[in-house]
Design a protein around this ligand. Structure first.
Ligand code: MN
Length: 377
């Protein structure tokens, strides 16, 4: 009965082993609902994070607007609870995030990565490798919390308090609910930043979850400037950047390996020095169903993974592919259903790694298709 219930609810998306839990998730919780789980997290967070003298709030490297907005809200929540916090952004915020913070005049109080912190809050990340030089200071903190909307990764086991819900379109949505839960109303500027975080991760509300519109409405009530949020996300590329992106795309195409699997799914694997996410997106737009683009970074590589709607319909998720590549190449991988990333070791020439991925991936994908087809029959 329990197994049946869990399975049924997993399909509904209501119960997930990863939903969150301070305590063990059991089916009673499921019946009471996610709101109860959220209030559990908030209760635990309030207890663990009140009155701390130093809390590190970490985002993933090259933090996007969702990560930055989540971090800023986390700082406000900590302040509200009488704690002092600062933000650690490995490799700094992304270009869009830097422009956004500047336009909204929101400053980030930055943390150092060689100090001891009493507490650590990780936002919008699922794997320790994403925390860069802030990994050790975070994992050695006495109290640790994770707020995230990616598929469960290695960080999950390392944190005592978790609010992980893959149904949230953005981590910002979860953080706004936490702010509400501790009785904090964000000021207009931070509410605008939060809206920008949601707009960015939902691709302007093209992908929404059960919390997206409710949270957006709360932000409007709190005085968010929606026009400003939209405008602040637009970053014009300089001519030089646009040229470098075009060169990267064409070079990546010239090195492309294409394989077919599951009857009509096309797997495209290549490598490039930079712009790997742009190139992966372009490959899917050009007709690839699973695009893997490697970019070499000092003996390691980042593999940007994207899948098409056709691949998703057959049960092939980008996060699964990233996880598979990570396991095969001693790394860590994670992300979302359609977009994911693996950080791997480069033990041989990048071209050989591209070759090995192009050879092994079609088999893995074919097994996924067969399993899904078998469960559907
Ligand atoms: Mn996010």
């Amino acid at each position: 009965m329990l197994r049946w219930l869990r399975r049924g609810l997993a399909l509904d998306g209501l119960y997930r082993g990863d939903v969150l839990s301070v305590f063990r998730v059991n089916w009673l919780y499921v019946l009471i609902g996610v709101e109860f789980l959220l209030s559990d997290f908030i209760e635990g967070f309030r207890r663990a994070f009140s009155g701390l003298s130093s809390v590190l709030v970490v985002t993933h490297s090259n933090a996007d607007p969702d990560a930055v907005a989540s971090a800023v809200i986390a700082l406000r929540v900590l302040e509200h609870l009488g704690s002092r916090g600062c933000v650690g952004v490995p490799e700094g915020p992304s270009k869009v995030s830097r422009a956004l913070l500047e336009r909204l005049s929101v400053g980030l109080e930055l943390c150092s990565d060689n100090t001891f912190y009493e507490g650590c809050v990780v936002v919008d990340s699922s794997n320790p490798v994403q925390l860069g030089s802030f990994k050790d200071p975070c994992l050695s903190a006495r109290v640790r919390a994770l707020v995230d909307h990616h598929e469960v990764g290695l960080l999950h086991e390392m944190m005592s308090l978790k609010l992980v819900d893959t149904r949230a379109t953005s981590t910002t949505e979860l953080m706004v609910m936490v702010a509400e839960g501790v009785g904090l109303k964000l000021d207009g500027r931070v509410a605008t930043l939060a809206m920008a975080g949601i707009v960015y991760d939902s691709r302007r509300f093209q992908e929404v979850g059960p919390y997206t519109f409710r949270v957006a409405s709360t932000l409007l009530d709190w005085g968010c400037d929606y026009d400003l949020a939209l405008k602040s996300l637009v970053v014009e590329r300089s001519e030089a950047e646009e040229l470098s992106r075009r060169v990267a795309t064409l070079k990546a195409l010239s090195r492309l390996r294409v394989e077919k699997t599951c009857h009509d799914l096309l797997v495209a694997v290549t490598h490039i020095g930079s712009h790997e996410s742009d190139v992966a997106r372009t490959l899917v737009n050009l007709g690839a169903d699973v695009a893997v683009v490697l970019a070499e970074r000092e003996g390691r590589a980042r593999a940007s993974v994207r899948v098409s709607g056709r691949a998703l319909e057959k049960g092939v998720k980008a996060s699964t592919i990233a996880g598979y590549i990570a396991v095969k190449h001693k790394g860590e991988g994670g992300g979302h259903e359609a977009v994911a990333m693996a950080h791997i070791q480069l033990e041989e020439d990048v071209e050989k790694v591209v070759d090995s991925i192009a050879r092994s991936l079609p088999g893995k994908i074919s097994r996924i298709c067969q399993e899904i087809a078998a469960t559907n029959n």
